[in-house]
Design a protein around this ligand. Structure first.
Ligand code: ZN
Length: 242
């Protein structure tokens, strides 16, 4: 078992950390689905709707705290980019009346701070998810455990700490973006047979080349680039010849 997997092993201490954080943040533990509905109406919980990067599977109460939704959107965008598949969410808020028989009385699911992520079947995706969750855990912004029945990651996102982390991380971590895989917008086409593309945040020469079906080398030559560094807003000529 590698270090990342090791750090995600559940323990009474880890359950206690999640529970204490929920209490420290003064989070409400919703008793019933009616309580959850009221919290949604009041804006304290928000809906997970799924997007290009993640989907829901059998989630009866797809509502979470706003910080937890931000976490889902960010990690799902990165996951899809790394793995080429959507992340699957299997649980959001579970009010106390819906507590599972095998779950602890200290579960934080009734607060909406926790989500369950289905365990990826591919070993590369699994390793990436383990690494990413344990590094976020080291940042002190969440607590994650890997569970067996059914195989999933239980992730409790600490709202205040995670929100501060996101504002620090800013644009270093890409946000979920439905436009990411959208066709490249060509802002103009010249008679010479080349088009112009405006670099967007998160683009790399490699991703642009792949989408445009040209090689990085061709792109560099066409734009007289000495390195692969590009910046958002920069205009690139996209040669139409292959
Ligand atoms: Zn869980």
């Amino acid at each position: 078992m590698d270090a990342a997997a090791q750090s995600l092993r559940g323990s009474p201490a880890s359950i206690e950390r999640m529970y204490r954080q929920a209490r420290a943040d003064d989070l409400a533990f919703y008793e019933t689905s009616g309580g959850v509905r009221n919290a949604v109406e009041a804006g304290r919980l928000v809906a997970l709707t799924g997007n290009a990067d993640y989907r829901l599977k059998d989630v009866s109460q797809p509502y979470v705290l706003p910080a937890t939704r931000t976490f889902v959107q960010r990690i799902a965008a990165q996951y899809r980019e790394q793995c080429g598949e959507k992340l699957v969410i299997t649980s959001g808020t579970r009010p106390q009346s819906m507590r599972l028989a095998n779950s602890t009385s200290k579960t934080v699911h009734p607060t909406g701070m926790a989500v369950d992520l289905r365990r990826p079947t591919g070993s590369g995706c699994l390793a990436w998810l383990r690494r990413t969750l344990s590094s976020l855990e080291e940042e002190g912004v969440l607590e994650a455990t890997e569970e067996r029945n059914p195989p999933h990651f239980h992730v409790a996102v600490f709202p205040d700490r995670y929100s501060r982390y996101v504002s620090r991380a800013g644009s270093n971590v890409r946000l979920a973006s439905a436009t990411k895989e959208a066709p490249v917008r060509r802002v103009s086409t010249r008679a010479s047979g080349s088009a112009t593309y405006k670099v967007r945040r998160g683009d790399s020469l490699w991703t642009i080349a792949r989408r445009q079906n040209v090689s990085v080398e061709v792109l560099r030559k066409a734009n007289a680039l000495r390195s692969s560094n590009i910046v958002a807003g920069q205009l690139l000529a996209i040669p139409s010849g292959r």
